[in-house]
Design a protein around this ligand. Structure first.
Ligand SMILES: Cc1cc2nc3c(=O)[nH]c(=O)nc-3n(C[C@H](O)[C@H](O)[C@H](O)COP(=O)(O)OP(=O)(O)OC[C@H]3O[C@@H](n4cnc5c(N)ncnc54)[C@H](O)[C@@H]3O)c2cc1C
Ligand code: SF4
Length: 491
């Protein structure tokens, strides 16, 4: 432990963020890394607890607590406090393939589980993680690690999101020849075409893809398995296949008027905006400048739509959520070290408040119908407010409040009400078994019902987080490696 009294002497700081009113003028990243001096001070706040819940990644009462990939946080906190940056980097990379992604976009369950968070603001773990890896790249310490020997085994990975990239990285380092197939025109999955560039600069994603290519991984883009090539062909050509296809099939509204022009799935908006920025187009295909924007769905995808609409200078933006506003304090269902489940101001809401003077979120709102004009264009949403009440059976229910009907002007409506499961193309003509719209595979084996075919990430667990996709990619890679070694022994 670097400084035993650090947690009493120093306050938690966030890495510098560009002020909301300035940053909404562009799509560049709004966050920076800690300076070296800040990094030391923030590292010194770690208490090096005997039982560091921050790195455990366990489930407590059904809720995940701590870092899912078991980053050995107290160790790198101590190393940065001592200024041993390179050692901190090596320690970080032992557990996390891509800290430059998690250090920018992870919701940091580690910080909820930090012991200091019981009574004080948690150690700034995520900011420290980002700073270690960013410094590593700046100093030129991250260089291609080209495997010295090759096993002769060939692996196909379908999907290049964080699960696919992690599995590809680990299996390539094991000496296997890895090919990644991606239906989009650029690799990265939701790192590329989901999470907006102000949170995660696309050059950061492409830098990693370039590194992986230099290390020997082959990327084939614009190739959809199930359409351009079949799963059966891959099984024939490769010794093992891992399906990391995500769970990007979006839920749709089933409401009167939902066929109106201007009702747009959130992912269509987010991905087309990023693509047009990357392609250098002057105007995005969906541009909400001067328009009244409504977002249906109170989650993070909806928040990203709010932030994107603000950058395009929308006239107004409101986000509807079905659930009540979270409280300011932990309740009994969210005791430490689990996620506190409390009210937060995401980056998008800070920005909306700075521009309009108001948090854009409306809680406990149910959309009842969509109004359109004679040309079929959306003009308004009709809503009703709800109550969340506990029934006699002990379960919570939503109840409409009579007389709370309201009409909201809308030029564009983004639908961000979650994801149903995998896109089904990859299953075309196969006997691949699904379960609740996800690919069926156990958490321990990652093996599907088809011999030699594995799955990991959102495709197996449903829409989740980058850090869980990395964990699943790592564990699936281990299982595939064992499978290939066994196969070799059997031969
Ligand atoms: C808008 C949005 C914002 C998010 N923000 C955050 C965040 O801030 N922090 C966080 O931790 N998580 C966030 N998430 C969740 C996170 O991005 C996902 O959990 C994670 O990317 C899942 O990784 P994955 O590799 O399993 O799948 P994905 O990232 O979905 O990648 C799957 C890939 O497979 C490809 N594919 C699918 N079918 C085929 C096929 N048949 N042939 C070839 N390729 C195919 C897809 O094109 C895609 O590239 C966000 C999600 C969304 C939608
Ligand atoms: S990956 Fe996420 S949970 Fe793990 S240390 Fe980083 S920010 Fe925390």
């Amino acid at each position: 432990m670097g400084k035993p009294t650090g947690f009493m002497e120093y306050k938690r700081e966030k890495p510098h963020e560009e002020p909301p009113k300035k940053r909404i003028k562009h799509f560049g990243e709004y966050g920076e890394r800690f300076t070296d001096e800040q990094l030391k001070v923030q590292g010194a706040r770690c208490m090096d607890c005997g039982t560091p819940f921050c790195h455990m990644g366990i489930e407590i009462r059904g809720v995940a607590a701590g870092c899912p990939i078991q980053n050995v946080i107290p160790e790198w906190n101590d190393l940065v406090y001592r200024g041993q940056w390179k050692d901190a980097l090596d320690r970080l990379l032992m557990t996390n393939n891509f800290p430059e992604f998690t250090g920018r976009v992870c919701p940091a369950p580690c910080e909820s589980s930090c012991t200091l968070a019981i009574s004080e603001p948690a150690v700034a773990i995520k900011g420290i993680e980002r700073s270690i890896i960013d410094k590593g790249f700046e100093e030129g310490w991250i260089t291609p690690r080209i495997p010295k020997t090759r096993t002769g085994k060939k692996i196909a990975i379908v999907g290049s999101g964080p699960a696919g990239l992690t599995a590809a990285d680990d299996l390539n380092q094991d000496g296997h020849q890895v090919t990644v197939f991606e239906r989009d025109d650029r690799p990265g999955g939701l790192l590329m075409y989901g999470i907006p560039s102000m949170k995660l600069d696309k050059d950061v994603v492409l830098r990693r893809v370039h590194l992986l290519s230099q290390e020997g991984i082959q990327f084939i883009v614009n190739c959809e398995i199930g359409k351009d090539r079949t799963l059966d062909e891959l099984k024939e050509e490769f010794d093992a296949v891992i399906l990391c296809v995500g769970a990007q099939r979006q839920r749709v509204l089933h409401l009167p008027g939902d066929d109106a022009d201007g009702i747009i799935p959130a992912m269509t908006y987010l991905s087309s905006t990023t693509k047009s920025l990357l392609d250098g187009e002057k105007k995005a295909p969906i541009d909400v400048k001067g328009k009244h924007v409504l977002v249906i769905g109170g989650g993070d995808t909806g928040a990203d739509c709010v932030a994107t609409a603000l950058r395009q200078k929308c006239k107004s933006v409101v986000q509807f959520g079905k659930h009540p506003r979270l409280g300011n304090d932990r309740d009994n269902d969210h005791m430490w070290p689990a996620d506190p489940g409390i009210f937060k101001m995401d980056y998008a809401y800070e920005e909306a408040e700075a521009v309009t003077g108001k948090d854009p979120r409306e809680y406990l709102i149910q959309t009842k119908r969509i109004e359109k004009d004679a040309s079929g264009k959306v003009t308004a949403l009709h809503t009703i407010e709800m109550d969340k009440v506990m029934g006699e059976d002990g379960f919570h229910y939503f109840r409409e409040i009579p007389g709370s009907e309201r009409v909201w002007l809308a030029d564009v409506v983004f639908v961000a009400i979650g994801f149903e499961g995998i896109d089904l193309e990859v299953t075309e003509g196969t006997d691949l078994e699904l379960s609740s719209n996800r690919i069926r595979a156990s958490r321990t084996s990652y093996a599907t019902n088809l011999p030699g075919v594995f799955t990991a990430g959102d495709a197996r667990r449903g829409q989740s987080l980058v850090v869980w996709a990395i964990k699943e990619g790592k564990e699936a890679a281990q299982k595939v490696n064992t499978y290939l070694v066994k196969e070799k022994v059997a031969i």
